[in-house]
Ligand binder design. Structure first.
Ligand code: NAD
Length: 518
């Protein structure tokens, strides 16, 4: 196969950045991105620019992260393409004005409507680990919403950053979307500009920098951050399944996945079996070891490698699988460690690498307490056990999302909102949520001229007529002073006729003499 050319990454000159931003901001005010047909065309072109560069994307991911072609297809290529198709199919429907719900007759005369208006000119800052999906995903939402945008890919995946720029430049109108390349100085120059939304993916520390930069203009920010995600394995769980699924979750992209579990809280009684099952699964996935496997990725750069090495070097736990590394290749073997404290180096920070610490616990209550102490708002939680146990975890531990009985599958379902809560971020995207993240739901009322006679009651000098009018329109509470719901005579009759609500309610209402209009 012919070798693939990817030019080296060129940073954008910092002095150029304000003008680049000004250009896309000006385009927004020219309303070029407002027509739905324009947005659809841009998205369709984006689809083909990605499709035609699948090989380049796979090669860039190989160079930057040692990602295997299959993982690249799963994590970056297929999800990105599906995202665009889903958006193009649904955009006309999602962008339509909505009628305001629950309005009474007078208000309905004012045609209360929710418009989905573009926000303006937005900044998207991407992360290194799933570089295409994390940049193009929000960009799809921004374009669909009718915004103009500047995209700043992560400099830590330089080959992917170059291919991202090629995709954008091949597909999109340059007056509407532009790519700025660079590291901290370039990002800071971008953050110094005025935006209508900033969509940031990356670490919580930089999330704080972004939020501070947004504050002077009160710019809304979406923060897609990381977290210390726990997995819970009770003695009622299918241990083999848990080991197989969590090993996949933590070896995919060499554990550089924000939603992979950071540590496992396992019932003491099943820890031995769990380790055995992990070892069996490991042999099955990597028969010649992870280093020789074409399916196991590498750590993104030397800094990240050293950070992970330090975490392993400093653990007080017992390594039961793996533990080897090779700095020259930035290879870290999937490493399972039995730890005995939450203060262990493997739990006290997010690893973002193939490290699997297991902390034995006495029961689920103890596990829940530990999880809330370690990180009370992780990006994800993974309960393995009975349905009731999973429900208990979901009720007691908050998180951005969750998959019961598996690793990060919830992230792959396009119609589920993806995002964090608390320290793991705010805002969400994917599918319709990507569109919603980049529009303003604008309330519109139109008061007809002929309603003036009725409405003139609101003008001063105020009198008894105005008071009566307002009082007549006030809603009646269906609860008492103790906070209890009060059942009306009508509701009681309906309950009686339907024997608790099982049978046809409309029939019961008719029987009670109530006129039902369709
Ligand atoms: P990164 O190195 O990719 O950086 C993210 C972006 O921030 C880059 O574009 C970078 O240029 C910019 N940046 C870095 N330092 C900056 C500074 N001081 N000022 C301004 N901009 C700066 O990402 P990372 O931070 O190494 O990413 C790893 C973290 O991101 C992990 O915590 C991971 O969980 C999280 N993450 C979250 C998601 C998600 O969707 N929630 C996805 C991927 C990664």
């Amino acid at each position: 196969m012919a070798s693939v050319e990817i030019p080296s990454l060129q940073y954008t000159a910092v002095e150029e950045i304000p003008q680049r931003v000004k250009n896309v901001r000006t385009t927004f005010f020219q309303q070029k991105t407002r027509p739905i047909e324009f947005r659809l065309q841009q998205l369709r072109k984006l689809y083909w620019a990605v499709k035609d560069r699948e090989h380049l994307m796979a090669e860039a991911l190989k160079r930057d992260l040692g990602k295997s072609p299959n993982e690249s297809l799963m994590s970056d290529i297929s999800i990105t393409l599906n995202d665009i198709v889903l958006m193009t199919k649904n955009l006309p429907k999602w962008a339509k004005d909505e009628k305001a719900p629950d309005v009474d007759i007078t208000y309905s005369l004012m045609k209360p409507t929710i418009r989905k208006d573009p926000l303006g000119c937005v900044l998207i800052i991407g992360a290194f680990n799933v570089p295409f999906q994390l940049a193009i995903g929000p960009l799809v939402g921004a374009i669909a919403g009718g915004n103009t945008a500047v995209l700043k890919p992560s400099e830590n995946s330089p080959n992917c950053a170059v291919v991202l720029q090629q995709i954008v430049e091949a597909a999109l109108d340059p007056s509407c979307v532009t790519v700025v390349q660079g590291a901290i100085p370039e990002t800071q120059a971008l953050l110094a500009e005025r935006w209508d939304k900033i969509f940031y993916t990356g670490s919580a520390n930089v999330g704080r920098v972004v939020t501070k930069a947004a504050a002077p203009h009160l710019t809304p920010v979406v923060l897609e951050l990381g977290g210390r995600n726990p997995a819970f394995i009770t003695k009622r769980a299918d241990i083999r399944l848990a080991a197989r699924r969590l090993l996949w979750g933590k070896t995919f992209n060499a554990g550089q996945i924000c939603t992979s579990q950071n540590y496992i809280l396992a019932d003491r009684e099943i820890v031995e079996r769990l380790v055995e099952e992990f070892c069996k699964a490991f042999k099955e996935y990597f028969p010649d070891g992870a280093k020789a496997s074409p399916d196991f990725a590498r750590i993104v750069n030397d800094g990240a490698f050293r950070r992970l090495k330090e975490m392993i070097d400093n653990t007080k736990g017992k390594i039961v699988l793996g533990g080897t590394m090779d700095e020259a290749e930035r290879f870290i073997e999937p490493t399972i460690v039995l730890v005995d404290s939450v203060d262990d180096s493997l739990i006290s920070q997010e690893s973002f690498g193939p490290l699997i610490p297991i902390l034995p616990v006495t029961d689920l209550d103890e596990a829940i307490k530990i999880a809330n102490d370690v990180d009370s708002t992780p990006l994800a939680v993974y309960p393995f056990g009975t349905k009731q146990e999973a429900e208990k975890v979901l009720s007691a531990v908050r998180s951005g999302g969750a998959t019961i009985n598996d690793s990060f599958m919830h992230v792959t379902i396009p119609s589920l909102p993806f995002g964090g809560v608390g320290e793991s971020g705010s805002g969400a995207y994917h599918g319709r949520n990507s569109f919603e993240a980049f529009v303003h739901r604008r309330s519109i009322a139109t008061t007809p001229s002929w309603l003036e006679r009725t409405l003139s009651v609101r003008y001063p000098p105020y009198g008894e007529k105005a008071r009566k009018f307002i009082v007549s329109r006030m809603l009646k509470p269906d609860f008492d002073r103790q906070g209890n719901k009060v059942t009306s005579v009508l509701e009681r009759l309906v309950w009686l006729f339907t024997l608790g609500g099982g049978a046809n309610k409309q029939g019961a209402l008719r029987a009670a003499g109530v006129v039902i209009s369709s």
